[in-house]
Design a protein around this ligand. Sequence first.
Ligand code: AMP
Length: 214
Amino acid sequence: MKLLIMGRPGAGKGTQAAKIKEYYNIPHISTGDMFRQAIKKQTKLGLTAQEYMNKGLFVPDELTIGIVKERLSEPDCKEGFLLDGFPRNLVQAKELDKILEEAGIKLDGVLDINVDGQILIDRMVGRRVCKSCGASFHILYNKPKVEGVCDNCGGALIQRADDTLETAQNRLKVYDDNTAPLLEYYREKDLLLSVNGNQEVSKVFEDIKEVLSK
Ligand code: AMP
């Protein structure tokens, strides 16, 4: 299963990606997670990425394309992968086509988690993530059993630096201007699989399994 997952910020990509990874037993490759790891380790890449991420802007293409190319060449991607957060613009999409073609890999589909309007801002601003394992919760819609504590590993829940109201609004605009046109790009290639993301987490996942089974 070789997949991309797309959706506006706050659409629940990360939550569904974790389920897809487990169910289909494929690596989940998230460029956002890779950048956050690099920031945590304070590497050169991390320091550069942080400047852009905290403003809700894209990290420059050459850096992003480089880390994806490297990651996709690792052996665990041979049987399948779920690429999350990449590509985010047409330049990246065309580069991905090249990377896949050179590696003789054909995509099976591009999942689009479709969610509308204000709900996205609420989801982002209320989101809390585990500092240790990255699991995602929400202060209203997906509460942890104990406030501020991760259900999975007991780690501390924090708000992502780019989940503040201003940055969230900016990320949505940047997505709509740059990434949304990719849906048409993949529809034309007959790869687009749209799922209604305005539903409960478990129902969205049921719908994902259904479209993937076809
Ligand atoms: P995400 O976790 O996918 O929401 O990504 C968080 C942030 O990481 C984004 O707002 C961007 O600043 C950066 N980022 C992640 N993926 C990319 C990408 N493909 N191109 C540029 N920037 C990215």
